[in-house]
Write a protein that binds this ligand. Sequence first.
Ligand SMILES: [Zn+2]
Length: 239
Amino acid sequence: MALYANGQAPAGLLMTLPDTPQFNDGRTAMALAGPCIDLYLMRHDCERETGHRMRINDLYRDLDAQSAMLARYGYPRAARVGTSNHGNPDKQASDIDIKTYTEPIFVWIDRNGMRYGYKTRTVKGEPWHIEHQGQRAYQSWNRYLAVLLGATTVKVWQRAAGTPVDGIISAPASTLIRRSQEYSNRTYGMRLVVDGIAGPATIRGIQTDIKAKAQPNLVVDGLPGAGTRAGIRRLLGIA
Ligand SMILES: [Zn+2]
């Protein structure tokens, strides 16, 4: 069962891809949490391994964005409104800024993309167009949080939580996440399973704490992006 009709995602389901410039038409890079987290980690790992930074030209497209594409390029270059795989929750498409099948970034994604759920070569003649297989993240949220926050912030958090300080949020389970879950249960009466595995409910616990102590306007949505990162840093007293 699809989570929503093509191009009609309710706002609360979409997460913003952190550290990504707006698209040419001013839209923000957004997708369901799974494809978003996987894309973030894929870009990070690709850059570390190839030295090339993946630029994202498009991700989720709502019906308005699909209309604009169709008006600009016509059918069949652009999909009919309501049928684009950039609006399909089960096949979240992303366009990477690459033009040929021989560019290092394409070669890297072609070889490694499926570890992040992203399949290449799904549209003939469009090396830039890749599609995520399903709604859930292939990579762990623990690792995503570690990369999102950066080792320095993780170390400060570990010191504050009284766990070993190594700058890593281990996957699948992490002592730091376990401490965070216990804290949310104790302080906010949440009923999180204390398993050390971050997910939307664990993130809601962290966001509840940020909202209560540091950032009253933070939206508690279980989707960990730049706002949650800023909030965690503020909670920890990092400027
Ligand atoms: Zn595309």
